[in-house]
Design a protein around this ligand. Structure first.
Ligand code: FAD
Ligand code: EPU
Length: 352
């Protein structure tokens, strides 16, 4: 059915890196029924498909030979419980719109995650996090659908295997499944989360959900590039988690390295700081560069090719490995002509 439509839809405005690649077709879907219909058609005609929210955590490596399905399944259902509100949110809702909606409704607790681009589905897959809060802290369940038999499965929070920028949906329920809704629990007893060092300037006497929301929006606008002006996908790499032994052995000279102890005794360190210490100065590969206010963010200055971004990432990865004996792991998903590819830890340029 899609036989004659080859590589004709630009994806430039559908990925925040603003990479100018194409797909065979782009389809916006608003209902679960149409999602299933399209996936079934693709399956029977052997056409690859990929589901996207806002494309803010992906890097397309080349033209995509299949169908890009843009998830716009929307809706928020609210249930009041004795001590909390339970929000059943469909996966095509934009995350930041949900944060604003909850503030308007007087449901407080999501403000630390303000201004994170993307949709609810990907927020759960990625276990988004910022300023002391992660999705796993407020998620009650994730509903996924099998695109083969249309069965909806509810995965309760304890089984979602959420961890730092990771979940069961990132490595198990990938091909053949879609996230369709996320259950968010907001406690009526609001507790401000202000332990993050950048929130220390908030006046404790004036603290309320709006002051936190406004501070976080201010901080983010100051240090992260505006996706409408400069292509990027947020942090390109994850912050590495290393052992105490590694810290002592390879980083003992750097006593001021920002680090955070994890429950299991391991230590998360700032990848941005490591990159800064490599003094890349004004490194630029074609139109791919490092954002100067947040070194963990790689940017597309205008018309960067995926390969330019990958070469830059590879240079960064190699330098950090050499200097600190740490292999930075990409945070974003890579998509080649037929789907997601695992460049996982060691970025490979061979796939291009
Ligand atoms: P997409 O990029 O569209 O998709 C991501 C992956 O999920 C893809 O592999 C896609 O195929 C898959 N997918 C999407 N929807 C579905 C679905 N319904 N079912 C199955 N698979 C699906 N992240 C943070 O955690 N914290 C931050 O502070 C943060 N700040 C950012 C700032 C900027 C400026 C940018 C550009 C990004 C930032 N991010 C941050 C990363 C990004 O916003 C999140 O990872 C977000 O959750 C991605 O959402 P999306 O809808 O754009 O996902
Ligand atoms: N720093 C530098 N140089 C820089 C930037 C930061 O040295 O260029 C140091 C500073 O000491 C700073 C510390 O690193 O205090 C931490 O920086 P920041 O608060 O920006 O946090 P981050 O660790 O770089 C992480 C997330 C962000 C999230 C912020 C806030 C990852 C990979 N990134 O960044 O998430 O918004 O914390 O909580 O965990 C994303 O995932 O895309 C993302 C943007």
């Amino acid at each position: 059915m899609y036989k004659n439509q080859i590589y004709q839809k630009s994806l430039k405005n559908l990925n925040t890196f603003s990479i100018d690649v194409t797909a065979k077709k782009v389809i916006f879907i608003k209902t679960i029924k149409s999602l299933i219909e399209i996936c079934k058609k693709c399956y029977y005609s052997h056409i690859p498909y990929i589901i996207l929210g806002e494309g803010s955590n992906v890097l397309f490596l080349e033209n995509y030979k299949g169908i890009v399905i843009i998830n716009r399944i929307k809706g928020i259902q609210v249930k009041e419980k004795k001590n909390s509100w339970l929000l059943h949110v469909f996966s095509g809702e934009k995350w930041h719109d949900l944060v604003k909606y909850t503030l308007r409704m007087g449901f407080f607790g999501l403000e630390n995650l303000a201004l994170i681009p993307g949709c609810l589905g990907s927020a759960a897959i990625q276990n988004i996090g910022a300023y002391g809060l992660e999705l796993k802290n407020i998620c009650q369940y994730v509903d996924i659908i099998s695109l083969k038999n249309s069965k909806i499965i509810r995965i309760e929070k304890n089984l979602c295997k959420f961890s730092y920028r990771n979940s069961l949906f990132k490595y198990k329920y990938t091909k053949g499944y879609a996230v369709i809704a996320v259950g968010i629990q907001i406690l009526k007893n609001w507790n401000p989360i202000i332990f993050h060092s950048l929130l220390k300037n908030i006046n404790i006497n004036k603290i309320n959900p709006y002051t936190i929301y406004n501070s976080i929006c201010r901080i983010r606008k100051k240090k992260l590039p505006n996706i409408n002006k400069l292509g990027n996908a947020g942090s390109f790499f994850k912050n590495p988690i290393i052992s105490k032994k590694h810290l002592k052995k390879h980083l003992s000279l750097y006593f001021n390295i920002p680090h955070y102890f994890q429950i299991d005794g391991s230590i998360k360190i700032s990848a941005a700081w490591l990159i800064e210490k490599c003094n890349f100065n004004k490194i630029q590969i074609g139109d791919a560069a490092i954002y100067k206010k947040q070194k963990l963010v790689l940017i597309n200055r205008k018309i960067a090719k995926p390969k330019e971004i990958l070469i830059l990432a590879k240079i960064i990865q190699k330098s950090i490995l050499k200097k600190f004996k740490i292999l930075l792991e990409p945070e974003i998903d890579f998509i080649n002509s037929s789907g997601k590819v695992k460049l996982l830890k060691n970025i490979s340029l061979k796939s291009l």
